[in-house]
Structure formats: C-alpha cells, structure tokens
Design a protein. Sequence first.
Length: 315
Amino acid sequence: MWKKLALTAAVAATCVAALQPVDALAASKGTIAILVNALDNPYYAAEAKGAEKEAKKLGYDTIVLSHGEDVNKQNELVNLVIGKGVKGIILDNADSNASVATVRTAKEKHVPVVLINREIPKDGIAIAQLSHNNLEAGSEVAQRFVEAIGEKGDYVELTCNLADKNCVTRSQAFHQVLDQYPDLKMVARQDVKGALLPAKQAMDSILQEHQNIKGVIAGNGPAALGAIASLDSANRKDVIVMGIDGSNDERDSIRAGKLKATVMLQAQGIAQHGVDLLDKYIRTGSTGEPERQLTRGILITKDNASKVNDFYYTK
C-alpha cells in the first residue's frame, strides 16, 4: 500500500513538472546583463528587445541598461552587473578601442561577453563579436542610388558618425561604388552624428548653396529622415534619398514614397544569436562558432517594406 502511494506521488510530481512553464523550470539559470547605447533609440531598443526575449525564452533573468555611449558609464555598469553575479553580458559597446579594457575586465572575472553591432580590435577577449556587414549594406544602397538618379548629377552625403567604425565603413562602401561614375558629383558631405535634427539643419544649409542636387545618400536612418524633413520644407519632392538602418519610421517613409530605399540591419536577429551563443558558452565552455561573424542586411523598398517591424523582417 505504501509503495503504491509513493509511486502515485512520484507520477503526480512528474506530471506537475511537465505542466510548468519553461521559465519556471529554468529559473535557476541565473541572470544575463544586456547593455546598449540608448533605450529610447529604435535600433538599440530593438537590440535590447531581441536579447531580452531570447534570454527569457532560455530561462534567464535579465538586467537591461544603457550606457549612453559613455565609456566611463559603460565601465561602471559592467562592474555593477559583475558584482551582481551575472552569468554573462550582451554588450553593444560605447567605443571600439576604449572598450577593449572593459571586456578584458569581465573576462578576468570569468564573466563571458558577447559583443553585438560594434566590434573591438582585439581577438580572444570577447567570446563572440557579431556585427552587420556594413560594407555590403553600403554597396547595395549606393548601387540602388546610382540607378535611381541615372548615373549622373550632383548629390550630397550625410555621414552618420565618423567616430563610429560602422559609419566609416558605410561611407567607404558608398564611394567604392559612386566614385566609379565620373558624371556623379558630390557637392557636399557632412557628419550629422547620426541624428535627425542635425541632419535637417545641415540639409537646410546645403540646399541654400546647392539647389540642383538630385540625391542624398545617408549613413543611417535618422540622417536620411532629417534630410527628408528638410526637403519637405523646401518642397523638393524631386530629390532621391536613401539610407541604412531600417527603422519603423524609415519603413513608413518608404511606404509614403519619400525614402526610396534602405538596408534594414537585423538588430533583433544578431542580439538573439548573441544570447544563444552566450547560453551555449555558459553551458559548455565554448560557443562552437567563429568569434567574428557578419550578418547581412536586407534591402527594403516599397515592394517589401510591409515586412519590417522593429528591425525584424518577416519572411
């Protein structure tokens, strides 16, 4: 009789466990810290969203913080989360070169770091460095730009932030394509720090001096949207504008016929992959994959803009 009751209790316990949600069963896996530049920026918010969703799916608690692209604050936050005993860190770093020491500190304290979006110039410190193929994205946008404006005419380049290696790479990719066409002339180039208002202000000034421009090629989405705001104010619907990023605002601008094309960077995708690699490292001591990995962007035009939402592309 007692044996039968014990067996029944064991079966019941197994059934209850089977009915519990995955998160409840995996609650003991610990905490992952997610550090990005700014949670009020659509791109970085999408990174945080993708990483947090994946971490919770795998059974981790999360701490989500922003460093505001401030290296000192980044260091403070990294030390803070290490002190809280996190199992690992997903980091979109504040500055590639200055962040080497930050990542090394975490490694020395046996806290693995996965870098997303921005790399550092050292191997073997982060367990993974996941970034976008900015060279390919820039080349693809530039080729579309050439086709759209007819291989000749005056154009403007608005760079996103020349202190950011990703932005420098995009600009280099633009010119690898555009400089092949002798009848294309860049009449102005300005670094607008990747922000909409500075881009609008820069474009307002440029339009006063160069009224015959046919196009604007921008290093990121806010720069492109700032240019469009300026062109709208000047009633210049004839100017072709293209950029890189793929935010919901860019998607809506493409659907409205203002922004002609962009390359959507898969912010949620690389963040989710970063969490998967971190989880594998925590469990096995290895990611089983190369440290440096590039993710291809997706060209967005009016034909497929409806598939974009929060830097995620629905196939």
